[in-house]
Design a protein. Structure first.
Length: 181
């Protein structure tokens, strides 16, 4: 696979806005199950329910492989107590200077501003440390919560053609939101 990422695509952590974004560890597997085995995660993200320890183990292995191959990073969203509350990831799109962010917040941590702060922090990191000039969020039209996060984090809906992706249930449509440097 061609290398499309910046020279350093593996921060140990990113701090700011009251958050610590850090790499997932094997010790986080039980917490990943609590965060990701959720109907809303199943509905809006590629993470399927049931999401058990075996699914968490496989997901963590894929995340580590993605980071090792410099195709993106997956970081746990934590605060002062270091307990994961969700995940934020960023990956180069293959277009020069462009990256895509995705995130998910565990059900017990929603409506606390975590998604907005994690997206803002990862966007800043992409601009400042990876030289990105355009960062995207891809959001389903009916996902009003993520649209609100995008708008509050300074993203705006583009006129780009909808992106069609596949799930086991069939195709779904994503609209592109962007923030530019």
């Amino acid at each position: 696979m061609p290398d499309t990422g910046p020279a350093e695509l593996r921060p140990r952590e990113v701090r700011g806005l009251g958050l610590r974004l850090r790499e997932w560890t094997d010790e986080d597997l039980p917490v990943m199950v609590q965060l990701f085995d959720d109907p809303e995660m199943d509905r809006w993200t590629p993470l399927r329910s049931p999401f058990d320890v075996a699914a968490a183990t496989a997901y963590l292995a894929r995340a580590h492989q993605t980071m090792a191959e410099r195709r993106g990073i997956h970081l746990a969203i934590t605060a002062e107590d270091d307990r994961p509350r969700g995940e934020v990831l960023i990956r180069p799109t293959g277009n020069p200077g462009e990256g895509e962010i995705a995130y998910g917040i565990g059900p017990q941590y929603r409506r606390q501003g975590l998604a907005k702060r994690a997206v803002e922090l990862m966007t800043r990191h992409g601009f400042q440390h990876w030289g990105m000039t355009r960062i995207l969020l891809r959001i389903e039209p009916a996902n009003e919560g993520s649209q609100a996060v995008a708008a509050s984090a300074g993203f705006h809906l583009t006129g780009d053609a909808p992106v069609i992706r596949q799930r086991r249930e069939g195709p779904f449509t994503l609209l592109t939101w962007e923030r530019t440097r």
